[in-house]
Write a protein that binds this ligand. Structure first.
Ligand code: ADP
Ligand code: NI
Length: 210
């Protein structure tokens, strides 16, 4: 097991080495650590959780060409001889983990998937979540704030339409606490959301010269 985890870590590090959109390897490391913490409290399978946490962004359509990414993943699983059942479980998690404007709601069946999803969402919240939001906006050419640009409804608009970093809090981040799967995840999400709400309030206050 440890051999497979180590090989996976190398595989993933290589894929994320070029990223500046908030999906660098340190994001993967934080999600992995948080997922393991939650998994222990929820009594989830630690091997599956760690594998899925490591691999969770390697097939994201926003970041990579998905057809070749899935093929590379199959080749990688072959090379480490991951068992058929574990392979299917991990692939199912990677397929349904992302938010997709709510389109993937309810599709993640395994406890392990729900744990990793909570850990991924928690990394979008709190102080780190704030920092990642501004990194992402910078990487995709959005301004940090514009009072004249309304928040979008992500279920209806194209992800790449213009918005602002501050809008992203209303568009997505403040909705995440209600979507948490586990008790541990929800508790942490509430605390981090509270902190972000204070941040946005202060930001707008300062913006207007107060
Ligand atoms: P997911 O794992 O749900 O696909 P994303 O890849 O969308 O998450 O998000 C990665 C990070 O970038 C998160 O911190 C998220 O809040 C941030 N982010 C995503 N979309 C935007 C956006 N339009 N503006 C600012 N930050 C964003
Ligand atoms: Ni992620």
């Amino acid at each position: 097991m440890e051999r497979i985890i180590q090989a996976t870590e190398m595989y993933v590090k290589n894929i994320h080495s070029q990223d500046s959109s908030g999906h660098d390897f340190s994001h993967i490391e934080r999600v992995r650590a948080m997922a393991i913490t939650i998994a222990k409290e929820e009594q989830a399978d630690l091997f599956i959780v760690e594998m899925a946490a490591l691999l969770h962004d390697t097939v994201d359509e926003k970041l990579v060409d998905t057809a070749s990414a899935w093929q590379n993943l199959e080749n990688f699983f072959d090379s480490v001889q991951l068992g058929a059942e574990q392979r299917e479980t991990v692939k199912h998690i990677l397929k349904y983990i992302s938010f997709k404007g709510g389109a993937n709601k309810g599709k993640l069946k395994s406890l392990e998937g729900r744990v990793v999803q909570d850990a991924d969402r928690l990394d979008a919240l709190g102080a780190i979540g704030i920092a990642r939001t501004f990194m992402y906006a910078g990487a995709f050419g959005d301004v940090m704030y514009d009072p004249d640009i309304e928040p979008r409804n992500l279920a209806e608009t194209n992800y790449r339409d213009k918005s602002t970093a501050i809008n992203h809090f209303d568009e997505k981040l403040f909705k995440l606490e209600d979507l948490m799967n586990t008790k541990t995840g929800r508790r942490l999400a509430e605390e981090r959301t509270q902190y972000m709400k204070e941040f946005v309030a202060r930001f707008k206050h300062e913006w207007h010269g107060k």
